[in-house]
Write a protein that binds this ligand. Structure first.
Ligand code: NAD
Ligand code: MG
Length: 392
C-alpha cells in the first residue's frame, strides 16, 4: 500500500525538497494534501503535478484565487483555507505521514493535530517543538505518533542512536550538534551592524528559507536545535554540545559512555534526511550527490565564539528557566528576524531584542495549546516594542 502524505508548507524549501523525493517513488508515496501560506502560483503548479485530494492556503483570499486557478483542470483537489483546515489535513483518517515544514510557531497547532491523531510525523518545523515542548511530546505519546526528525542534525543523531529509546539515557554520554557557523563565521564582529538581508541569507553550504538562513547567521538556529534535541532525545541539556564544522559533511554525532563516537555524514542536501524520514527504517534513493572521499578536502572543527554568536547560550538558559521560556525566546526571535528582513532592525540587534523580551515576559506555567498561543502572542507584542525602541 502506498503511504498517503500531507505536506504542510509545500511551497517552501523543505516542502519542495519533499516533493522531489516523493516524485522519485510513485510506487511508495501518494500526495494527499498540500498546504501553503499565500503563494498561489507555486501551489497551483504543485496541484497540477501531484493531484492531491486537498490543497489548503492559510490565507482565505489566496484560497479563492487558487480555486479559480484550478477550475476546469479536472483535478480531484478540494481547496480549503484557514487554520482549522490545516489541522484537518494533518489529522485526516486517510493520511499516513505528515511532513511538518511550515516555518515558525504558525506550525504548532497542525503538528499537535498530527501527533494526537497518531501519524508518522516528519518534523522539520523545529519552532513548533521549541514552543510546544513537553506538551508536544505528550501529544506524540498519547496519540501513538511516530516522531521522525528531519532537521539534518537531529536526523543524524537519530540515525546514530540505538533503536530502542529506553537505552539512550544509560548508553549516551553526549550529543554533539554540528554547525556550519553560517556566512559570518569569519567576519569582523564589529561590522555585523552593517549586514544586509541578502548577505545574511547567503548561506555557504545550504539553500534554505529566509528565516532559517538568518537564524543560521546568528546561530540562533543552533540554539533552537539544542532545545529541539533536548525534547527529541530526552537527555539533560548539560549533555548537549555544539561544535562548528564549516564543511557541513558531518551532520552531528553521538558520543557513548565508553568514549566511542558515531557520526552521520553526507552531502548537505535536505533530501537525505527527508528520504530517511519518509522510508524509515527502510532506505530509498534521495537524488543526492554522493560524497567522494577521494575528492574531499579537510574536515575541521572549532568552538563557537560567544562574542560573535551571543544567542547560542540562550538555549541552555531558557531550558533551565521557567516552563514556557523557550516559547518566549522563539517568539522574540521570529519578530526580530522578520524586522531585520524588513529593514527595521539591525542584524546585530536581533540578540538584544531576544534578551529584552525574555526579561519582559514571565511565563506562568503554560499547560495547553491555548496557553502557549497566548504566551506566543504576548511575547510578540513585547518583542515588537523592543524593536521599536531599538530602531528609533
Ligand atoms: P520556507 O520559508 O522556505 O517555507 C515555509 C513554508 O511554510 C511555505 O510553504 C509557506 O507557505 C508556509 N508558511 C509560512 N508561514 C505560514 C503560516 N503562517 N501558515 C501556514 N503556512 C505558512 O521555510 P523552510 O526553509 O522550508 O523551513 C521550514 C521549516 O523547516 C522551518 O521550521 C525550518 O527551521 C525547518 N528546516 C528547514 C531546513 C532547510 O533546509 N530549509 C533545514 C532544517 C529545518
Ligand atoms: Mg538543522
Amino acid at each position: 500500500m502506498r503511504q498517503r502524505v500531507t505536506i504542510l508548507g509545500a511551497t517552501g524549501s523543505v516542502g519542495t525538497s519533499t516533493l522531489d523525493v516523493v516524485a522519485r517513488h510513485p510506487e511508495r508515496y501518494e500526495v494527499f494534501a498540500l498546504t501553503a501560506a499565500r503563494r498561489v502560483d507555486e501551489l497551483a503548479a504543485q496541484c497540477l503535478r501531484f493531484r492531491p485530494r486537498f490543497a489548503v492556503m492559510a490565507d482565505e483570499a489566496a484560497a479563492r484565487e487558487l480555486a479559480a486557478r484550478l477550475e476546469g483542470a479536472q483535478l480531484p483537489t478540494r481547496v480549503r483555507s484557514g487554520a482549522a483546515a490545516l489541522d484537518e489535513v494533518a489529522a485526516h483518517p486517510e493520511v499516513d505521514a505528515v511532513m511538518a515544514a511550515i516555518v515558525g510557531a504558525a506550525g504548532l497547532a497542525s503538528c499537535l493535530a498530527a501527533a494526537a491523531a497518531g501519524k508518522r510525523l516528519l518534523l522539520a518545523n523545529k519552532e513548533a517543538l521549541v514552543v510546544g515542548g513537553e506538551l508536544f511530546m505528550a501529544a506524540v505519546r498519547q496519540g501513538g505518533a511516530t516522531l521522525l526528525p528531519i532537521d539534518s542534525e537531529h536526523s543524524a543523531i537519530f540515525q546514530c542512536l540505538p533503536e530502542d529509546p529506553a537505552a539512550w539515557p544509560a548508553r549516551v554520554d553526549q550529543i554533539i550538534l554540528t554547525a556550519s557557523g553560517g556566512p559570518f563565521r569569519q567576519r569582523d564582529p564589529a561590522t555585523l551592524g552593517d549586514v544586509t538581508p541578502e548577505q545574511a541569507c547567503a548561506h555557504p553550504n545550504w539553500v534554505m528559507g529566509r528565516k532559517i538562513s538568518v537564524d543560521s547567521a546568528t546561530m540562533m538556529n543552533k540554539a533552537l536545535e539544542v532545545i529541539e534535541a533536548r525534547h527529541l532525545f530526552g537527555l539533560p541539556s548539560s549533555r548537549i554540545q555544539v561544535a562548528i564544522h564549516p564543511q557541513s559533511i558531518i551532520h552531528s554525532m553521538v558520543q557513548f559512555v565508553d568514549g566511542s563516537v558515531l557520526a552521520q555524514l553526507g552531502t548537505p542536501d535536505m533530501r537525505v534526511p527527508i528520504a530517511c524520514g519518509l522510508a524509515w527504517p527502510e532506505r530509498v534513493e534521495s537524488g543526492t550527490r554522493r560524497l567522494d572521499f577521494r575528492q574531499m578536502a579537510a574536515m575541521t572543527f572549532e568552538e563557537a565564539d560567544p562574542v560573535r554568536f551571543p544567542g547560542l547560550q540562550l538555549a541552555w538558559q531558557v531550558l533551565e528557566a521557567a516552563p514556557g521560556t523557550p516559547a518566549v525566546l522563539n517568539a522574540a526571535n521570529e519578530v526580530a528576524v522578520a524586522a531585520f528582513l524588513e529593514g527595521r532592525l539591525r542584524f546585530d540587534r536581533i540578540h538584544a531584542v531576544n534578551v529584552e523580551t525574555l526579561a519582559a515576559v514571565t511565563p506562568s506555567n503554560p499547560q495547553f495549546l491555548a496557553d502557549l498561543l497566548a504566551l506566543d502572542a504576548q511575547s510578540r507584542r513585547a518583542a515588537e516594542q523592543a524593536v521599536g525602541r531599538m530602531s528609533s
